[in-house]
Design a binder for this molecule. Structure first.
Ligand code: NAD
Length: 419
């Protein structure tokens, strides 16, 4: 029962991870209470006119977990399964993520319960503009800055920026990141999450003397994080042996061509039926023979039920919350290096931070400068977490959480409790 609850409820999972780190840090119960709960949870129910003329009411959320280190920051996801508990978990992970890479943001997340695959672009635009209006009481360039997540992209961010700006009467690009370049987006933002995953995987591979050239890589999820990771790891000399999306997976032990798979997905709506590959089930890509596994889809996919069958030596979590606490133990006991989400996928929020800074200054940097700055931040964070894991003989998730939670606790402590 316990296992099922944690696998299914991301917030329970996030709290369990928090408690483990708080315990190890000997954090006081008072401080734990402050950090365990989100600061603010907004639920909005709002009507949208569909193309048919019908009016449908949607439910959306914006949760701000903690803002002691800076304005809240976090993506917005669209999906039929979005829940408040999922958004709360993702907001908490954002707080720790920003702290672990040392960027001056707190954590937030948003979501709307909808099925974007069943909606027209015009319906998605009206939904986005109305949702933005509803949450505009809590977002802003100095208070809470959204970004893309599952089923949202740079076009959705452009609609958010435009809607918010229309209300204010002038353009405010810094209200949201992950925008198109033409309206204040940043070079490198589109690839940033996957680029960060590559940087920390290089470091992890070095620790076990595993060359990336020739390494076999399996990826769950073929969207922004997964498809770009496939391209970057392929360019690094890795063999992408398996990938999947919601409809299924494909496997070829001699390696897949990531660009051809992406074209196939764009034309056919899925990676399945890609020529010269064996069809496998969605969950099989987690268990195929490979050196590096990149979960890049959703939460709770590595559980007590399948972690024992993971063959990879490195699991680099591009997705948020893919591994349950039970699976973490199994993987740690097998000496699998799990580079935890709050570290592995922090490249996205780091370049979002660069985008925000550039927007506030109206002064834009080149892609080389951005990639260099990102690499410095990711490598520094990886080293600090790996050192802590060695010091405490623990897995990298616990080490990363300890690192992050102590920094947020310190900020909370030094600011004091108002009034
Ligand atoms: P996306 O919508 O671009 O892509 C998601 C992909 O996962 C799609 O290919 C979809 O088919 C697949 N997918 C969804 N549910 C699945 C399931 N149950 N099984 C198999 N495949 C499934 O989203 P994204 O932006 O790439 O985000 C993916 C993950 O990465 C999420 O956990 C997100 O929070 C995390 N992340 C994204 C960013 C970013 O910058 N986009 C940053 C940090 C973390």
């Amino acid at each position: 029962m316990h296992e099922e609850v944690t696998a299914l409820n991301p917030y329970h999972m996030a709290v369990q991870q928090f408690e483990a780190a708080a315990e190890k840090l000997h954090l006081s119960e008072d401080m734990r209470e402050v950090l365990r709960q989100p600061k603010r949870e907004l639920t909005v129910n709002f009507p949208v006119r569909l193309d048919s003329g019908r009016i449908k009411t949607f439910t959306g959320y914006r949760v701000q977990h903690n803002v002691n280190r800076g304005p809240a920051k976090g993506g917005i996801r669209y999906g039929p399964d979005v829940t408040l508990d999922e958004v709360k978990a993702l907001a908490m992970w954002m707080t720790w993520k920003c702290a672990v890479v040392g960027i001056p943001f707190g954590g937030a997340k948003g979501g709307v319960i909808c099925d974007p695959k069943q909606m027209s672009p015009a319906e998605l635009e009206r939904l986005t503009r109305r949702y933005t209006t509803e949450i505009s009481i809590v977002i802003g360039p100095h208070s809470d800055i959204p970004a893309p997540d599952v089923n949202t992209n740079s076009q959705v961010m452009a609609w958010i920026m435009d809607t918010y700006s229309m209300h204010e009467g002038f353009s405010i690009p810094a209200v949201v990141t992950g925008k198109p370049l033409s309206i204040g987006g940043s070079e490198g933002r589109n690839d940033a999450t996957a680029t960060g995953v590559l940087f920390v995987t290089r470091q992890a591979a070095k620790r076990i003397d595993m060359p990336l050239r020739g390494a076999h890589v399996s990826i769950q999820g073929y969207g922004n994080a997964g498809a770009i990771a496939a391209r970057l790891f392929h360019n690094e000399g890795c063999k992408i042996v398996a990938v999947s999306d919601t409809r299924g997976g494909i496997y070829n032990e001699s390696g897949l061509d990531p660009s051809a798979v992406l074209r196939h997905k764009q034309e056919r709506g899925s990676v399945i039926d890609f020529p010269r590959a064996q069809r496998v089930r969605v969950q099989d890509v987690l268990e195929v023979p490979c050196d590096i596994l990149i979960p890049a889809a959703t939460e709770g996919v590595l559980t007590a039920a399948n972690a024992g069958r993971v063959q990879a030596r490195i699991v680099a979590e591009a997705a948020n919350g893919p591994t349950t606490p039970e699976a973490d133990k199994i993987l740690f006991d097998k000496d699998t290096i799990v580079i935890p989400d709050i570290l592995a996928n922090a490249g996205g929020v780091t370049v979002s931070y660069f985008e925000w800074v550039q927007d506030l200054q109206s002064f834009f940097w080149g892609v080389d400068e951005i990639t260099k700055k990102l690499e410095v931040i990711m490598n520094r964070a990886f080293s600090a977490v790996a050192e802590k894991a060695d010091q405490y003989h623990c897995d990298m998730r616990l080490a990363a959480n300890m690192q992050a939670i102590s920094s947020v606790a310190e900020a909370t402590q030094v600011r004091g409790i108002y009034p």
